[in-house]
Design a protein around this ligand. Structure first.
Ligand code: DAK
Length: 260
């Protein structure tokens, strides 16, 4: 049995997952990817979980990349298979999670580590965070969705600069280009991520899940995002959460969403 490389803590509707490999700056090896994948999957059907916060252990790194020691002797076929497997198993699952996933970036988020944060729905960074995609400096390119998600988030020009230069940027630059949603001190990071989670959890969980689905539809090949929105919008009117949300407004009270 492999070691436990992630810690999970459930409290007040929030599942906080902490990647626990501080000796390797929380670098993603196959075991971490597998354990994260199971945790994200399990959370989807866990009624006690409404939002997920993902962070790294220690004060130095969120995740300093894929484990370089693990992939240094891969050949082309193995590299391709593992990129496919990793994207299917973890990165796409995080992005498609019906429960919002917030990355609390507490230090270096490099390579696969930044790609992990990019797959999350919201990113909050501590002011010591350093982010980048250094893959080309190692003779590879980002393989866990970085060439696709980074341009979606910061725009093609900035993404090209970051990917081709392999340079890291600091938290304030990351906020300026929209890579992270907020920057706070290391001490306030988890609290800020949890506050964000609580502000989401005031809303209808069914509508939140549907909104994630509608936003993602616009980035899917061959899918008309506007049409997907119309369909999702229509479906919302059939939910108990919609009935409760509108009724509560009319009765001037806080909604008690049954979807919770
Ligand atoms: N992998 C393995 N070990 C790592 C690591 C990593 N990515 N990053 C750090 N470590 C280890 C260091 O080797 C060191 O271990 P010991 O020597 O003490 O045993 C320990 O963590 C502490 O690191 P440093 O001593 O280097 O700490 P510093 O403060 O001096 O430097 C640093 C911090 C983050 C600047 C530095 O550690 C660094 O440059 N780390 C590597 C960053 C990086 O290049 N990351 C990889 C990006 S490429 C794939 C799919 C995707 C990918 C690859 C394959 N397939 C599907 C096959 C993605 C690739 C990437 O992520």
């Amino acid at each position: 049995m492999s070691d436990l490389l992630i810690l999970q803590n459930k409290s007040a509707g929030i599942l906080t997952i902490t990647i626990q490999r501080p000796q390797a700056l929380n670098a993603l090896n196959a075991s971490v990817i597998g354990q994260l994948s199971v945790a994200i999957d399990t959370a989807q059907t866990d009624a006690e979980v409404q939002t997920i916060v993902l962070t790294g252990s220690g004060e130095k790194a969120f995740v300093a990349g894929a484990d370089i020691k693990e992939f240094s002797d891969y050949n082309g076929r193995e590299g391709k298979a593992l990129a496919q497997e990793g994207q299917d198993l973890l990165f796409n699952r995080i992005e498609r999670s019906s429960k919002p996933v917030i990355a609390a970036i507490n230090g270096f988020a490099l390579g696969g580590g930044l790609e992990l944060a990019l797959a999350c729905h919201i990113r909050i960074a501590s002011n010591n965070a350093r982010m980048g995609l250094p893959e080309v400096s190692l003779g590879v390119i980002p393989g866990y969705g970085g060439t696709q998600r980074l341009p979606q988030i910061v725009g093609k020009g900035k993404a090209m600069e970051m990917i081709l230069s392999a340079r890291m940027i600091g938290a304030d630059d990351a906020a300026a280009c929209g890579l992270v949603n907020a920057v706070v001190s290391q001490e306030e990071l988890l609290e800020t991520a949890h506050k964000m989670a609580h502000s989401i959890m005031k809303n209808s969980p069914v509508a939140v899940a549907t909104a994630i689905q509608a936003v993602l539809a616009g980035y899917e090949d061959g899918v008309n995002g506007f049409q997907a929105e119309i369909n999702c919008f229509g479906a919302s009117f059939e939910t108990d959460d919609f009935k409760e949300g509108t009724q509560a407004f009319i009765e001037k009270r806080k909604p008690q969403f049954p979807g919770k």
